[in-house]
Design a protein around this ligand. Sequence first.
Ligand SMILES: Nc1ncnc2c1ncn2[C@@H]1O[C@H](COP(=O)(O)OP(=O)(O)O)[C@@H](O)[C@H]1O
Ligand SMILES: O=P(O)(O)O[C@H]1O[C@H](CO)[C@@H](O[C@H]2O[C@H](CO)[C@@H](O)[C@H](O)[C@H]2O)[C@H](O)[C@H]1O
Length: 467
Amino acid sequence: MDSTLACLTAWMPRQRWYATKGRSPRLRMVSWWDFEPAGPTESVSDADQVLFVRTYLVADDASDPAVLYQVPVVARAAPQVAADDPHEIGRPDPDLILRDGPYDDAYAQVLLSLVTRGGTAIGPGSQATGHPAAAHDERQRTNRVMTGEQSNTSLVFEGPEAMPVICKIYRQLHPGHNPDIELAGALAAGGSPHVPAAVGWIEGSWPSPGDTESVVRGSLASAQEFLPGVQDAWRVALNAAASGADFRAAAEELGIATADVHVALARLFPQQECTPAQRDAVAAAWNRRLSIALDEVPALSPWRSDIEAVYATALRLPWPALQRIHGDYHLGQVLRVPGRGWVLLDFEGEPLRPMDERTLPDLALRDVAGMLRSFDYVAGSLELERPDQAFAVRDWARTARESFLRGYAAASFVDLTTVAALLTALEMDKAVYEAIYEVRNRPAWTEIPLGAVERLIAGVSSPSDRG
Ligand SMILES: Nc1ncnc2c1ncn2[C@@H]1O[C@H](COP(=O)(O)OP(=O)(O)O)[C@@H](O)[C@H]1O
Ligand SMILES: O=P(O)(O)O[C@H]1O[C@H](CO)[C@@H](O[C@H]2O[C@H](CO)[C@@H](O)[C@H](O)[C@H]2O)[C@H](O)[C@H]1O
């Protein structure tokens, strides 16, 4: 194995964004591109120390199909880097240190330059091109990496006068335009206050990891206005539920904001009547997910036939038209911005779902179900910490749910009573997805979606019990 790949093989499994945890990586270099140093934004002395700024495209054959990762690196001469540098990837030779690109100013500044000014980085059979979405703002900004449990890597650029910018580097690459760039960009261009302003994005082309003779195009990064010092709705809701604070008006406004975004998406992108074939495809996806969940979460098996009955009931009734939606809507995807209200983030869809499915028109009610599940998670996570508070937090979740639905119905003009069985099926499907997600990522929380499955089944047999 070449020495760069050897360094990456040791380093990648320790990264939060490395997807196939628990398996040994089988890495293969697919391509790379080199960036020109960002010139005016970088000091001459720093540029002297940088040997190259490069993004590697690395396929991992530990899973089938292979996962393709985007790995930006900065190569520096060994004497210039501290011995205990926490962002060292490795030393392909004794004089050269590869650093994790997002943590190095040299990469951060070329990234900002590409999304705000445009330009192209070239490599063997591959390239990356920046597409600014707004007029370029030359003011200097410093950069930092957002910390947290993230599947991608985001850098924040801030300066005393300049609009703060957040740039998300997609770690896993897929063919096609990322739905977050497409949907959030269109909503921002259409004047929606419920998404951050668009700044720009990076698209590229590279050899397909499955067939290196063919070339694919796809999204590499996106940048938007960063809203500093705000809390996400998960934190706001958790604090409100823990302290017993009234969340009804906030939940109702969240319902209105959600409906406003759905109405705007229905105007900006084509809507489709839901054909029998599309209903069959949704039903097949429910069943596929259920069978994965039954394999990975054995505690679900006693409810198998009840879950299937929930799906069957929804399939007997008429369905609304399909449209573009958020796709992975939960409280962590929404920010509370003083003076502006709720702002929605991350229209990428569910990370456990294939990208080509995530860009299809879907049921707007899927987002409604996602948010309802999130209110249940607030109660569920607090209940795990303080079982003695269970009654109060369940009551909080019930009122949040009612207020959210009231706001959504009023602003979307959807009569939710006519689609109640479909909404229940979508909540069930989301709880099944979450059971898989939790068992893989946060096993201690698996009982939250399992409790929801039980309650949803109980609610179908006696509707007034639903909380
Ligand atoms: N425009 C923004 N303004 C402020 N915070 C943001 C913005 N975009 C994302 N964030 C925050 O950055 C973090 C990661 O964003 P997210 O889109 O969820 O990334 P990932 O795809 O890695 O999960 C979240 O905590 C989110 O609240
Ligand atoms: O990483 P993403 O934000 O794209 O979403 C994934 O992770 C979420 C967890 O952070 C997960 O959401 C689940 O947990 C939330 C609380 O942490 C809860 O509010 C959501 O309702 C629940 O689904 C999401 O499902 C997953 O796709």
